[in-house]
Design a protein around this ligand. Sequence first.
Ligand SMILES: [Zn+2]
Length: 277
Amino acid sequence: MGRIPYPLLQTWKSIIHSTPSPFLLSLPKLELHVHLEGTLSPTLRFALARRNHIPLTSARLNKTFTSVEELQEAYQLLEPPSVKGPGVSAFFEAYYGGMECLREERDFYELSMEYFTRASSMGVRYCEVMFDPQAHTRRGVSIPVLMSGLRRAQLEAEEKLNVKVQFIMCILRDAPLASALQHYKSTALPYRHMIAGIGLDSNEFQHPPSIFAALFARAKRDGFKTTAHSDVAQPDAHVHLKQILTEPLLLDRVDHGLDAALSRELIALLNGRGEGF
Ligand SMILES: [Zn+2]
C-alpha cells in the first residue's frame, strides 16, 4: 500500500477548500475526531501570544516569528509522517508550541469559539472535542481556568451556533500513569457534566495503551466512554490495536486505527464489536 505524497494531499485539500459544494455544506454533520488545541489558527495564536507577551519561537527551525505570515508558512511545512518515532517531531512542536500562548480563561474560550464558529459554518451540529489537560497544567495553567473557558464556549455554541458539544478528556500517553490518574481525579470527575469520554493521545512510540489499563478500568466503572489513538503506520500498531479491542482494555472506540485493514484478526475483532474508528 503506497503512501500518497504529502504535497499531493495538500493540493487536494486546497482544491476542496476553494470549490466548496453547496450540497455538502448544507448537510448536517457530526464531528467525532478533533483536537481543540490543534484547531488553533496561526492568526489567533499570533494574537494571543501578543496579548500574553509570549515570544513565538521554534527551536527546531531556530526561528522567532514576527508576523502571522511567517507563522502560517511554518505550518505549511508540517508533514504528518514526521509524527512517528522518538524525539520532538515538527508536528508535535507546532501542536504543543501553539499551546504556550493559552494562559487565561478567555484564551481557552476564544480558542474554543474560533473552532465552534468554523464548525457551525460547515454544518456541524454535534461534536466530540478532545482536549489535553496535562499539556496545560504542566505549563502552570490551573484546571478551573481551562475548564471554565471551555464551559463558557460550550454553552454559547449550543445557544448561539446550534452546535452541541461534548468533550473527550485525553491523556498524554508519553506522560506517566500517575499523572493520568491525577488528572482523571482533578478534571474528569469534577467536570463530568462536560465530558463524555476519556481518550489517549500524544506520541504513541513505545507507549502502548496497556500502560493505562488502571485508568480505563476506573473510567469505565464510573460510566465514561473510552477511546485511544492508534496512529497510522506506527511501529507496533497491530499490538496496540489488539490491546484496544480486547480485554482487559476493551475500549469503546479507536481513533484512526487504519492499520487494522492489514490484519484479518483485527478486522474480525472490529466487525464483532461494531467498533467505530
Ligand atoms: Zn487525534
